[in-house]
Design a protein around this ligand. Structure first.
Ligand code: SER
Length: 342
């Protein structure tokens, strides 16, 4: 008998840490984790198996089919927006071809199981693209269907992967004689910038928020690469993980769409600075905008409309800006870097 498992790609990334820590603690799931980087030691005992490998390795994915019955795939692996601009074609391969390989795996699994495999996908605010700052300032709360003109390779990849998920769910091989509706049950969330007290993101463009906080907590100087007035939606990791799990658990018939915004608060970089300075008064933080990265953030909405998630699966954030900093980020980060602040 093949073992029923949950597959998590990008397991050693920011979101992987949050998801494995949470799912592992419930002891309800057998987790098979994959990443191109070795898995952090504290996550290993929470996983049934860790596979060091690439989502572009078809042989490796093929072997998973023979060994495991995959009920849900959390496909978290991707190259983020800043890193992707340094080698857009490589990013495309990882972000899009990798996605295709995982969708193919889901199809194969569901045909063995005779039921759809859930495919949970973190998309991004980067799927949006506004032509200029004035438009961003006037846009108000942006809905999922608006401003879908991303200016980054990562954003293009995320938007297209959402389409692939929809295609595999609704129309995969629609002309085949053996066409069946039970294939993939794809569900995606467009995440805002994420902030965790445990990990820092690598290669994103919303990284100025988490970087400012983590530098200050370690007594390191930080030059913020966007202007103080730059506004972007952010969310703390516990809310992000909760939203993924809520969407995974939602009855299919309640979902009026496959891709949902979620949000919690929309600080400016100055708000971030004020919160961080309040907690770490000695922090050395300067603003040294990088015009190119600023341009990317300026193309992303300042506020998104998450009413569809609220209506369809009861989404509501637990952390507003005040709670996020005062009850989660600052206390946990102070404990984490305790010996840096002696
Ligand atoms: N945090 C991501 C990035 O900055 C956006 O989803 O690339």
């Amino acid at each position: 008998m093949r073992k029923e498992i949950v597959l998590i790609t990008g397991a050693n990334g920011e979101m992987g840490h949050g998801l494995i820590a949470h799912l592992g603690a419930t002891k309800k799931y057998s987790i098979v984790a994959m990443d191109v980087q070795p898995l952090d030691d504290f996550l290993k005992p929470l996983c049934e198996r860790f596979i060091l490998g690439d989502i572009l390795d078809l042989m490796l994915l093929g072997r998973l089919v023979s060994e495991f019955e995959i009920r849900t795939i959390y496909h978290l692996a991707s190259i983020l927006s800043t890193k992707a601009e340094y080698n857009p074609e490589t990013a495309h391969r990882v972000n899009v071809e990798g996605m295709l390989n995982l969708l193919r795996l889901a199809v194969e699994q569901s045909s063995w199981q005779g039921r759809p495999v859930k495919f949970i996908y973190p998309s991004s605010i980067a799927a949006y693209g506004m032509p200029n700052l004035e438009t961003k300032q006037k846009a108000g709360k942006v809905k999922e269907s608006e401003w879908n003109m991303p200016i980054t390779m990562y954003g293009c990849n995320k938007l297209y992967c959402e389409h692939l998920g929809r295609y595999y769910t609704n129309n995969y091989r629609q002309l085949a004689a053996d066409h069946t509706k039970t294939t993939v049950d794809f569900r995606a969330i467009r995440f805002p910038g994420l902030v965790s007290s445990v990990t820092v993101p690598t290669g994103g463009t919303s990284d100025y928020g988490p970087e400012m906080l983590h530098h200050a907590a370690q007594n390191l100087p930080y030059a913020c690469f966007v202007r103080p007035d730059t506004a972007l939606p952010f969310m703390v990791m516990p809310d992000a993980i909760r939203s993924l799990l809520m969407l995974e658990a939602a009855p299919r018939e309640n979902l009026s769409q496959l891709v949902y915004n979620v949000t919690s608060f929309s600080p400016t970089a100055q708000d971030f600075y004020d919160q961080v300075k309040g907690a770490f008064p000695k922090a050395e933080i300067t603003f040294e905008p990088d015009l190119a990265r600023q341009g990317i953030v300026d193309s992303w909405p300042a506020v998104v409309d998450d009413s569809a998630a609220a209506n369809d699966w009861g989404w509501q954030p637990e952390y507003n800006q005040q709670r996020a900093f005062q009850e989660y980020l600052i206390p946990t980060i102070k404990a984490r870097y305790a010996n840096c602040n002696d």
